[in-house]
Ligand binder design. Structure first.
Ligand code: F6P
Length: 364
């Protein structure tokens, strides 16, 4: 087996805390342990398409472990197999620009690419492998929705942010005897809402995996009032929806690899709950606060372990694989496994049962 001398590294899709920990770990392990060079590709797959890159050396990655975002930049619009271009008449069309990518990889003498991203990025990375590029995937996302790993880095920091927000909302909810609704991110998975709701003592947690009934939510709010609790905290995942109802879509971004942007369920519920119960409601949409800021200790450690493992895989010639946390161990799985399905909350899971046991309502 020929020893890999030069790897490319990119971060793609929505950013999350811990990306810089991975960039640092990949670069340090590649240089120190394997004598490789690392080429940092800018703005995810956009950099590979447009030929934007720079070499990463020890000094470039020193002092970034605790920082949020990604020093390489990222993009969730640039899929080489479905690249959005505007025609002269303004219409949008999607074209395959893989040849451009292959040309840049050759020009840069990159022998393998480590791609850090979520399910969309892993699907692109898997196709790159099919077209002959040697790849290794590293899973990231605050949504925690990748099936092939027990946890993604970024999730823990988002959870800490959401839990701290709930602690703050509690005090003002109590003072004003209001219903406070906090809307979290997470797309089609309810992990952030569920875990922050449990950690932050939410009274009602609404997640996509358990469709809610408005009646049930209002009953819980009123029952709490009759027991002397004149406020309620509702944590609603952006993907939560009523039984037989639809997701609330905030906007559609045609150029994006995942076109739907969810959001607005909190505001919708506030009006309905206020009408039915007569209790004042307020909404806090946490939004991109969940994606920003310094990574938690857990995410720094997981990012470091994932980065080192990804380089090990590349050095061992094990391509087409994604690093994954299985229990307490960092292992690897085939990329196809990573993109085959989303990791959703199971309504029968132990954590849901525990939440119900301490009186949490899921609005069902
Ligand atoms: O997948 C991460 C995520 O933050 C989702 O939770 C959210 O729905 C989406 O990305 C927001 O995307 P954007 O940054 O494009 O608004």
């Amino acid at each position: 087996m020929n020893k890999i001398k030069r790897i490319g590294l990119l971060t793609a899709g929505g950013d999350c805390p811990g990306l810089n920990a991975v960039i640092r770990a990949v670069t340090k392990a590649a240089v120190n342990e394997h004598g490789m060079e690392v080429i940092g590709i800018e703005d995810g797959y956009a950099g590979l398409i447009e030929g934007r890159f720079h070499q990463l050396k020890w000094n470039d990655v020193s002092g970034i472990l605790h920082t949020g975002g990604t020093i390489l930049g990222t993009s969730n619009r640039d899929n080489p197999f479905k690249y959005p271009v505007h025609k002269p008449n303004g219409d949008l069309e999607f074209i395959d620009v893989f040849d451009q990518v292959a040309g840049n990889i050759k020009k840069l003498h990159i022998e393998a690419v480590i791609a850090v991203g979520g399910d969309g990025t892993m699907a692109i990375t898997s196709r790159m492998m099919e077209r002959g590029v040697k790849v290794v995937g590293v899973p990231k996302t605050i949504d925690n929705d990748l099936a092939a790993t027990d946890v993604t880095f970024g999730f823990d920091t988002a959870l800490v942010t959401a839990t701290e927000a709930l602690d703050k909302l509690h005090t003002t909810a109590m003072s004003h005897h209001r219903v406070m609704i906090m809307e979290t991110m997470g797309r089609y998975a309810g992990w952030i809402a569920l875990y922050s709701g449990v950690a932050g003592g939410g009274d009602i947690i609404l997640i996509p995996e358990i469709p809610f009934k408005l009646d049930s939510i209002c009953r819980t709010v009123l029952e709490r009032g009759s027991k002397g609790k004149r406020f309620s905290i509702i944590v609603a995942a952006e993907g939560a929806k009523p039984e037989g109802g639809q997701l609330v879509v905030q906007r559609i971004i045609k150029e994006s690899t995942d076109q739907l942007r969810l959001g607005g369920i909190g505001q919708q519920l506030a009006g309905q709950i206020e009408d039915r119960t007569g209790i004042e409601c307020r909404v806090t949409v946490l939004g991109h606060l969940q994606r920003g800021g310094s990574p938690s200790a857990f995410d720094r450690i997981l990012g470091t372990r994932f980065g080192v493992k990804a380089v090990e895989l590349a050095a061992a010639g094990q391509f087409g694989r994604m690093v994954a946390l299985k229990g307490l161990k960092v292992e690897s799985v085939p990329l196809e496994e990573a993109v085959s399905k989303l990791r959703l909350v199971s309504p029968d899971s132990e954590v849901i049962k525990a939440a119900r046991s301490v009186g949490v309502s899921f609005g069902d």
